[in-house]
Design a protein around this ligand. Sequence first.
Ligand SMILES: Nc1ncnc2c1ncn2[C@@H]1O[C@H](COP(=O)(O)OP(=O)(O)OP(=O)(O)O)[C@@H](O)[C@H]1O
Length: 609
Amino acid sequence: MTTIDPAELRERSEPLSGDDPAPAAKPSMVKILRSHVWSFAAVVILQVVGALAGLAPLLAVVELARTMLAPGPVDEGHVWNVVIAGAAGLFLRLLFTAASSGIGHVLDGKVQLTFRRQLAAQLGRVPIGWFSRRRTGELAKVVGEDVSAVHPFIAHTPGELVSAFVVPLASLIYLFTIDWRLTLITLIPVFLAVALVPLMMTPKRLREQEEFDTAMGRISNSVVEFVEGISVVKAFGGSQRAHRKFLTAADGFVTIFNRWVHGISRIAAGMQLALSPPFVLLVVLIGGTTLITGGSLAPADLLPFLLLGLGLTAPVAALGHGFDEMQAAGRAVGRIREVLEVDPLPQSPHPAEPQGHRVELRDVRFAYDEDHEVLRGIDLVLEPGTVTAVVGPSGSGKSTLVQLLPRFFDPTHGSVTLGGVDLRELAGRDLYRKVSFVFQDVRLLRASVAENIALAVPQAELEDVVRAAKLANIHERILELPRGYDSVIGEDAGLSGGEAQRIAIARALLADAPVLVLDEATAFADPQTEQAVRQALATLGSDRTVLVIAHRLETIADADTVVMLESGQVVERGRPSELLAADGKFAAFWQTHRSAVAADGDLRGDESR
Ligand SMILES: Nc1ncnc2c1ncn2[C@@H]1O[C@H](COP(=O)(O)OP(=O)(O)OP(=O)(O)O)[C@@H](O)[C@H]1O
């Protein structure tokens, strides 16, 4: 049983209602940013201007030193002007970077909201069946973490990266105008650091990096395996083995990590040393002192190199940091795009009204992927007032077939019609009013039990809800919950799989849709649920169109028609008694099934003794 938030459901289901046939946009980061191009440009420009203004205090210090050290009386007016200019630069820096940050964060909020809205709309448009292949956790990561990961990309990194280049460039030009020789000397640390970069790219280093990535993957897989399988492993006594596998992966990782660190650390340390402030100062001081003692540089001119020289190494450091963040944001956007680019379930702009509730499948074919056709030419008519039971071996396509009726997927070929109208021509809201379903993977909302039962009929009276719950054999259990029908699922009510399925049956009974699709539970086949299914079929069967994946012999025997599937094709169909008499595939299936049920009964009997 899974619980989901009602708000989440509303967002998912609104576009499915069929009233919003507009195709899902397939946005990219670039497209979204293009619609906010001026704000984005403002973020970058303000950041750069702010960073440039930040040079003013440093230049003011240089100018002050020059003025003070110059022979003769100090020009007090000039000194004050320089101090005011420096302070103004500082103020402007604060102002511009604050404005850039403010606009950046508002823009970031807008972009994240756009992504989340588009994702929510898209999740409502994709086929419901698509969700079965996605883990809730994966989707939650895309909508939550991955959308948040664009934050540095919008609000910080581009501005910081551009400033990291523009500011040193401006400093460099200024320093060149003072003394080109000392400027080149000041650049020595940057040259050294850049010279070390190729050493990080040698085939040996790249191989070590690859090994490191693989080992990282191996260790996280073994952790996931270990945690996911912990219950099975414990129950079957294999915890030692699983634990060993995890430890082996961890040991392997340590060996590879040591090798990787050993190789990379010397180069990284060399780069860090070259770019470190003491080393930069040392180089500038040695170069500057040599030039001063040689008489070719005024002592006051050393100061700008000492102050601005430290900033010249910023681009190299920013490159590493900024590009890492950009890459992470790029990967997150890639995952968001993957979800946004799933083809939505087409909605007809001119929905048609079905006449009656006869369901017909004509030459239906379906494939989850190109190489593997799961349904191969199914022709089937489900008459109102009849129960059709689908049987067949595991993997024969039963679930896939019944999921076509509530349009979890569209057939890849052929058509499914309801009352003469192709399901693709039906408004989404109509479809769910006409077709209700109870599948094994029951979804309950984090809402009260009554609200869960009345999901399709929110205005239902409590007595109708109670009647449905009684018919579904769940009323007594609900009364045992702390707040009865007001108990909130997932908060003060924990239900077993079978109980959740009975709630779903009550929901379907109350929805009173003319077509019911039911997957009779095998996993939760407790006697109460079996009874609930039987009652539901008896109550609904009168004038409903019912399609049931039948596992119980009674359901099969009571059905009007049995359809036997094998490898995605109908191999036999007819009344159960006729098929048994014909002694074909269904009869063989029935015999095997009966023996299995009898053996299961014996086993249960033994267990209870
Ligand atoms: N979401 C999916 N993506 C890809 N393949 C799928 C998906 N769901 C089912 N299949 C494949 O389609 C085939 C038919 O599966 P389906 O679940 O319809 O059979 P089934 O008769 O209901 O089986 P069972 O009785 O075991 O539930 C199987 O080969 C299965 O592996």
